[in-house]
Design a protein around this ligand. Structure first.
Ligand SMILES: [Mg+2]
Length: 205
């Protein structure tokens, strides 16, 4: 009989868990903002800039995962981005908002992902990155050993990876597919983290 995951002893096994066994649990989800949650293009009057399916999907995910936002911004910091999320009615879902303006490093730099993981209090192998940008969202998070979901929604950005480092764990074309993708990810192993760049500094072991 296969051993149960740590802490799973009293958990009932649903049909979905039987289909996608939790060999590699996911506890946190980091999401990009532009063209992942909010449309980057020009807004039509009276039309919500939220991408279809985002509101109801975040409601579903909120009860199960710790959610964080990781976004590259020119100047806007955490407070400004949080206010924008609140105005759209989705701010309450995010326990963490991390901007490149605050961190000083944009995606795909590891520092911004590490800042978000540290704020969430989760390791990379328990956290999934979701975003529309293969070079920034997918490659950046994958380098840290995170599983990734490519939201292949906007025609503004490349739909297919240029190399193995940009290859996501899963891809979705509709935001409402995200809960199912996260379930499926729990059966899939994390990518190997890329070795950190040798800075030439010596470290004590
Ligand atoms: Mg984006």
């Amino acid at each position: 009989m296969p051993s149960l995951e740590e802490g799973e002893g009293t958990r009932s096994v649903s049909t979905r868990e039987a289909t996608y066994p939790r060999r590699h649990p996911v506890d946190g989800v980091l999401l990009d903002m532009g063209d992942t949650l909010i449309e980057e293009g020009p807004f039509l009057p009276g039309r919500s800039p939220l991408i279809p399916g985002v509101g109801e999907t975040l409601t579903l995910l909120y009860g199960r995962y710790r959610l964080g936002l990781v976004t590259n911004t020119d100047q806007a910091g955490r407070a400004e981005v949080s206010q924008a999320l609140d105005r759209l009615g989705i701010g309450r879902y995010f326990s963490v908002v991390v901007t490149s303006s605050d961190v000083g490093w944009p995606k795909p730099h590891p520092f911004i992902f590490e800042a978000a993981l540290s704020s969430l209090g989760l390791p990379p192998d328990r956290t999934v990155m979701v975003g529309n940008h293969l070079a920034k969202d997918v490659a950046g998070a994958k380098a840290l050993g995170m599983r990734t979901v490519h939201f292949r929604w906007s025609p503004r950005y490349p739909a297919f990876p240029r190399g193995e480092e940009e290859r996501p764990t899963l891809a979705i074309g509709d935001f409402v597919e995200l809960p199912e993708a996260l379930w499926r990810l729990e059966a899939l192993p994390c990518p190997a983290p890329r070795a950190p760049v040798d800075t030439g500094e010596e470290h004590d072991l």
